[in-house]
Design a binder for this molecule. Structure first.
Ligand code: CP
Length: 313
């Protein structure tokens, strides 16, 4: 599915998948596909966003999201500037709002925000006139991750999402990646299954519209793709897991599990990986693994997002 020439992107901010129509999603993915070609050239830079400014405001740790937004901005010739919690005056007691207003006073076109509190990016978006991207807020949403996952699946599945089934495996309760992916995959007509221990499933999981499993061998039967989630190790301290060995025995995705899936099953993981805990080395490094494709897609998808927000009329 491709969008027509009459299409117009109308969003000041990108805060969640819920705000996007199917037309928005496919327009963004098509644009990302056109930018992906730039990333394979010997000289990986175009002047498209020359003179534009992007600020990366990351109050939580990040390797993939922060670096790929930085690379994406630079490949389009935007000026990118990064601010982290440790180097910011948040550590001197400045509020989130005052920090946002301070950054806005420098006239950026786009502010990319990661924060541990759900709703932090939406809060700033309401107060600021520049475009705001939610790069992950608490357990709530990680829309750019879901979009790059979808981009990777679109390539692997040759644009055919109908009648596909994807299993999300692991710590779903605390995962903003799971929430955003369920919303996006449902918009595209993908059947989504969830599997994990009862203590790591959200309380109202029935309302997500997915089939829920606690047995991995049953959950994986006949699926087209498995998305493993990082086990957030701090959950064990909170008493939600008996012990890591038990978790790994029941939920670590290994090669034997894949024999129950479709032969051409694809493996995804948003990263960072706990190898041997939620995913085995053999599966993470298998030819069917899209994990590094996801990282590569992240640059192209974030180029498209920066372009759409920075050039919106
Ligand atoms: N997937 C993801 O958000 O990774 P980072 O925390 O490294 O950005």
């Amino acid at each position: 599915m491709s969008t027509t020439n009459r299409y117009l992107w109308q969003h000041k901010d990108l805060l969640s998948i819920e705000q996007l129509s199917s037309e928005d999603i496919f327009h963004l993915l098509d644009l990302a596909q056109s930018f992906a070609e730039i990333n394979r050239r010997p000289v990986r830079k175009v002047p498209t966003l020359q003179g534009r400014t992007v600020i990366l405001f990351f109050v939580e740790n990040s390797t993939r999201t922060k670096t790929s937004f930085d690379v994406a901005g630079k490949r389009l010739s935007a000026d990118t500037h990064a601010l982290s919690l440790s180097g910011s005056s948040l550590n001197k007691g400045e509020s989130l709002l005052d920090t946002g207003l301070t950054l806005q006073a420098m006239n950026p076109d786009v502010l990319v925000v990661r924060h541990s509190s759900s709703g932090a990016a939406a809060f700033l978006a309401k107060q600021l006139s520049c475009g705001v991207v939610n790069a992950g807020d608490g357990w709530h949403a990680h829309p750019t991750q879901a979009l790059l996952d979808c981009y990777s699946l679109r390539q692997a599945w040759h644009d055919n999402f109908a009648d596909r089934t994807l299993l999300i495996l692991g710590d779903i309760a605390h995962s903003r990646v799971a929430r955003s992916n369920v919303q996006l995959l449902h918009k595209l007509g993908v059947n989504v299954r969830l599997c994990g221990p009862r203590t790591l499933l959200p309380p109202c999981v029935e309302s997500w519209g997915c089939h829920v499993y606690h047995d991995l061998n049953q959950a994986i039967e006949g699926v087209d793709a498995v998305m493993c989630l990082r086990l957030q190790l701090e959950r064990q301290q909170a008493g939600l897991l008996p012990n890591l060995a038990e978790y790994s025995r029941r939920f670590c995705l290994g090669p034997m599990h894949l024999t129950h899936a479709k032969q051409e099953v694809k493996i995804l993981h948003p990263g960072p990986l706990n190898r041997g805990l939620e995913i085995s080395d053999v599966v993470a490094d298998a030819p069917s693994s899209l994990i590094l494709n996801q990282v590569e897609a992240g640059v192209a998808v974030r180029m498209a997002i920066l372009y759409l927000l920075a050039t919106r009329k």
